[in-house]
Design a protein around this ligand. Structure first.
Ligand SMILES: [Zn+2]
Ligand SMILES: [Zn+2]
Length: 243
């Protein structure tokens, strides 16, 4: 272990201690946190699917369109709001660039314990806002322009997408020795997400966390180690002084 590696580890450890002191309340229960996010999502998916009166083969295409839309939303929010300071979304930048990217770097991708999940998963109330406050109105709009069945299917699909994002991103930050952290799909996600956690590349590459569809379309897919787009001497690392 060289001196730079040791220094980096000490810096990450110091940030993690600060984060825990200021963001993780005493008595935090990771099982309750995960269960609340699962409950909000699974209940919404089940309720939405139960509202569909009749099914058609065309609905597969509608679900696919909803999936591609959700993948684009993941890409755009991550690239444009989480790695750029834009009013009135400064809190997203602070939480993501200022906290998540300082808690986890490419070299130190794993949580120290499951008590660190607040650094990975959105708070349950934020998940509820995404599901009801963002997914709900979008589904109403889709249902209004198409049919109510397609509106409900859209809601079920985008919420399922959000849940897959949370679970896959969580897996990418779990030790590989754990069952979920070592799953084949999670190892595939970790490969491109770890590239994104490189401070020199985080503003340039791998903005999709789940399936890197829009990264491929828009030319920001994770590149091999030696050819990173942001690998320039003046590129800043994780934002000092943020968070
Ligand atoms: Zn991450
Ligand atoms: Zn990021």
């Amino acid at each position: 272990m060289d001196a730079r590696h040791t220094r980096d580890r000490e810096r990450v450890d110091a940030f993690r201690d600060d984060f825990r002191a200021s963001h993780v309340r005493p008595g935090y229960r990771w099982r309750r946190h995960v269960a609340a996010v699962l409950l909000y999502c699974v209940a919404t998916i089940g309720f939405a699917l139960a509202q569909i009166d009749s099914w058609s083969a065309w609905y597969l295409l509608a679900a696919l369109c909803a999936y591609v839309f959700a993948n684009l939303t993941e890409y755009a929010v991550h690239r444009l709001l989480m790695h750029r300071v834009r009013w009135p979304f400064e809190f997203l930048y602070r939480r993501h660039s200022g906290e998540h990217h300082r808690f986890f770097t490419r070299e130190f991708m794993e949580v120290d314990s499951l008590g660190d999940l607040p650094a990975v998963i959105f708070p349950a109330k934020v998940s509820l806002f995404f599901v009801c406050g963002v997914g709900g109105p979008a589904a109403i709009l889709v249902g209004w322009r198409t049919t109510s069945d397609i509106g409900w299917l859209f809601l079920a699909t985008v919420v399922a997408y959000y849940l897959s994002y949370e679970l896959l991103h969580l897996g990418a930050h779990l030790p590989e020795q754990t069952r979920w952290g070592g799953a084949r799909v999670v190892r595939w996600v970790r490969a491109h997400h770890a590239t994104h956690h490189d401070p020199k590349r985080m503003r340039h590459e791998a903005f999709n966390i789940t399936v890197p569809l829009w990264d491929s379309i828009l030319g920001t897919a994770a590149t091999p180690e030696e050819s990173g787009k942001g690998d320039t001497p003046d590129e800043r690392g994780p934002v000092d002084g943020e968070g």
